[in-house]
Design a binder for this molecule. Sequence first.
Ligand code: FAS
Ligand code: PHB
Length: 389
Amino acid sequence: MRTQVAIIGAGPSGLLLGQLLIRDGISNVILERRSAAYVLGRVRAGIIETGTAALLDEAGAGARMHREGLIHDGIEISFGGEHHRMDFRRLVGKSVIVYGQSEITRDLMERRAACGAETLYEVEDVALHDVAGAQPKVRFRQDGVAREIDCEFIAGCDGSHGVSRQSIPAAVLRSYERIYPFGWLGVLVERPPVSPELIYAHHERGFALCSMRSPTRSRLYVQCRLEDQVSDWPDERFYEELRLRLAPGAAARVHPGPSLEKSITPLRGCVAEPMRYGSLMLAGDAAHVVPPTGAKGLNLAASDVHYLWQAFAGYFRNGSRAGLEAYSERALRRVWKAERFSWWMTNTLHRFPESSGFDRMAQRAELEYLASSTAAQTALAENYVGLPL
Ligand code: FAS
Ligand code: PHB
């Protein structure tokens, strides 16, 4: 088999890149180790920046998002029993769209199928070869049969546990990591949202987040210990803890219901540099992970894809390597700004088990400053809605 770009991973990064390349007549094949149903079943991100929405439109996969997504002009920051609204529309003239990652994945999968493009699901033993040489190829097994793809480039879109990042020699790869001493327990429930907009709650018992997927479906989170298991958190305990961490008015609007999904995500930030090695280009979680506090993970994957799409278009259309040479540095500049914002939101809103009295007083002062300063709120708003590409 031969193609211009072999894409490893059919998550949002791989599917979005695949669609944009098809739009520009650049052939590509996606290799995915899981089934399509498994990929669709993962409950992950929920906040879409306007830049990401524009890319989905470019890929021809934005129509349902515009029909069903919820436009949000702000968020609530809750602490000390009070709510403080961050008014994005007033502060920076922008909004975000609430629309689940699963729906984006579904829309991109359907668009790809409609274009007749090839996605090979449930492949095994994917291995990258000659990525630093003149004839890159991907070898893998499908239904027990060994197969090979000759290509000009490999896009490593295979997430934080994929094979692509590991294909960059250790002597070349630089890794940076911040592991947080807690996780998020997330619940998906068919109940109306606690509030029309998201509530990010700081409390001495721990962080909580009230988000949503639609006017009838909520996505709720509480900070939990790293050693916790889902079995430690029956629904009753989850809702009791969520209520304790919210301001009284919001707590009264929590509607318990049977969880449709319940999972624990450890929080960490990590970046692998460079994002290019020879003909291998990393994008999305394959190159970086952010704690979900800033709602940046999916959106950062989209900005990588934006830069990579432009680089491939410049090469296959005009033979220019400029975009390819600049890709890693260009993408990383935005990656590190998103890592910083996610690190700031996580440090400001969570209860750190080992924090000193001084740390807690400084954290409280940070929140009071945010609540009282238009400059501080503008800084939060411009990062949350997405910095310019
Ligand atoms: P993905 O991990 O989504 O996709 C990579 C794909 O590659 C997967 O389908 C995987 O099966 C496949 N793959 C891996 N190894 C392979 C191999 N060797 N061969 C072939 N295929 C292979 N972000 C937010 O903004 N908000 C959130 O609330 C949020 N919650 C999250 C919860 C969890 C548990 C996780 C893990 C992430 C969360 N994220 C969140 C971040 C998440 O949304 C990612 O940023 C987003 O999925 C990135 O998309 P991809 O880069 O496509 O990686
Ligand atoms: C979500 O809806 O899953 C969500 C929203 C905002 C975040 C993280 C997760 O910061």
